[in-house]
Design a protein around this ligand. Structure first.
Ligand code: SF4
Length: 406
């Protein structure tokens, strides 16, 4: 039996409204990606004698990595539909139905939630790869008001944030608050926010390299003052971006097949993106065609600019929270590169679909595309590996180079 605990958790308001839509879900999480099983659960399943479950476990539960705890086993997906073999005809999970929620593996128990412990505080967010979570987070104006909710979870699915890179817990918290605040400051555009967050990450990195961590609070105060006084506008106005370059960098993600296990719900978006960029069958468009299609899509998006800005800001804010930005990757700049990759790839998808439809996009289409993007990035190995490699080359070492992509 897994150790559970109850605790008040700080969460965006939309988290408290979440309820799995089960059989009505258009893109179930029980299909299309590796459903991992931790070692304890794996061994428990092997001992089950229940007449329905025993043959199912025998058929579908296989060992993944003998030496790994969290990735010890996995459920084999059915070849025809890429669905988890433990799913009943009704769409319900056989494990949950016959053994209860406590028998679920950590992956199935926690999805789509993420729980973090920071000092003595617990925080919870949802991944927007779940369609219902995406709908709640992206469409409501008060989705990101923070509230405290009592919640029960497992110790084994709680990720703890410990002091890193010589910064103390208070400084790390302050950097997180500041980035969250920037994404909630209505006077700022997403471009402003991304530039300012890049500056923050660069400064943190400099402090790490010069053992100057003690100066972090003063640096963050300086950034706050720049925003409050409007002085940041001068910095932003001096920077240039290059949408043609961004188009060709992020289009790489859509030039090759994204692998198996893609649902019809995902396929409709992926095909529309490829068509919008000019990929037809095996034919690869040249750079100029991709650029022209992307710019045409951006022009369509400009007709619903306020809505697009809002959806992108909420998506980015959710990712910052869920990934403990800027502390969730090897360094703050590494995390910033990942944030830019996500922003750039999602914006490209939105523009490409707008080009393909030859119109601006309504709210439900924007939510659909964002959810599919999250599903690909988080659960499709082929796509994720390519995306992670995009900005790791020598061209992306400096902030000026990265700013070109915004
Ligand atoms: S993706 Fe979300 S709504 Fe759909 S089945 Fe999974 S948890 Fe439920």
């Amino acid at each position: 039996m897994k150790q559970e605990y109850s605790a008040p958790m700080l969460a965006p308001k939309y988290v408290s409204q979440f309820k799995c839509t089960g059989g009505d879900c258009p893109d179930t999480c029980c299909a299309g990606w590796n459903i991992t099983v931790d070692r304890n659960t794996f061994q428990g399943y092997r001992r089950v004698t229940h007449p329905v479950l025993k043959p199912l476990f025998k058929q579908h539960l296989v060992q993944a990595n003998r030496d790994s705890f969290s990735n010890h086993g996995k459920f084999q997906l059915s070849a025809s539909e890429s669905r988890c073999g433990m799913q009943a005809q009704s769409g319900l999970c056989n494990v949950q139905q016959h053994l209860g929620e406590e028998a679920l593996s950590d992956t199935c128990y926690i999805y789509p939630r993420s729980v973090h412990k920071i000092d003595a505080r617990f925080e919870q967010t949802l991944t927007l790869s779940c369609p219902e979570a995406a709908r709640l987070a992206l469409t409501q104006s008060d989705a990101f008001e923070f509230i405290e909710i009592p919640f029960k979870t497992r110790e084994s699915t709680t990720r703890q944030l410990s002091p890193l890179h010589g910064f103390d817990a208070q400084t790390m918290d302050e950097a997180r608050y500041l980035t969250i605040q920037l994404f909630q400051t209505v006077e700022l555009t997403n471009v402003d926010r991304l530039i300012l967050v890049g500056w923050l990450c660069n400064q943190l990195e400099d402090l790490m390299q010069t053992s100057g961590q003690a100066g972090a609070m003063a640096m963050m105060q300086e950034l706050r003052e720049m925003v409050e006084s409007g002085a940041y506008r001068q910095i932003v106005s001096q920077l240039s971006n290059d949408p043609r370059l961004a188009a060709n960098v992020f289009a790489i993600l859509f030039g090759s097949p994204v692998g198996t296990g893609v649902s019809a719900h995902q396929r409709s978006v992926i095909d529309s993106v490829a068509a919008g960029l000019g990929f037809t069958g095996l034919a690869q468009p040249d750079a100029k065609t991709i650029e022209a299609n992307y710019l045409c899509g951006l022009a369509h998006l400009a007709n619903s600019a306020e809505l697009v800005e809002k959806i992108l800001a909420r998506y980015l804010l959710n990712d910052l929270l869920r990934e403990l930005f800027p502390w969730g990757q090897a360094t703050p700049i590494a995390h910033y590169r990942r944030l830019l990759t996500r922003y750039g790839a999602l914006r490209l998808m939105l523009a490409a679909v707008a080009k393909h439809k030859d119109s601006s996009l309504d709210e439900s289409t924007l939510v659909h595309i964002t959810q599919v993007f999250c599903r690909l990035y988080q659960h499709n190995n082929t796509f994720a590996v390519q995306a992670e490699r995009l900005l790791t080359g020598a061209d992306w070492h400096t902030l000026e180079q990265l700013y070109l992509l915004i």
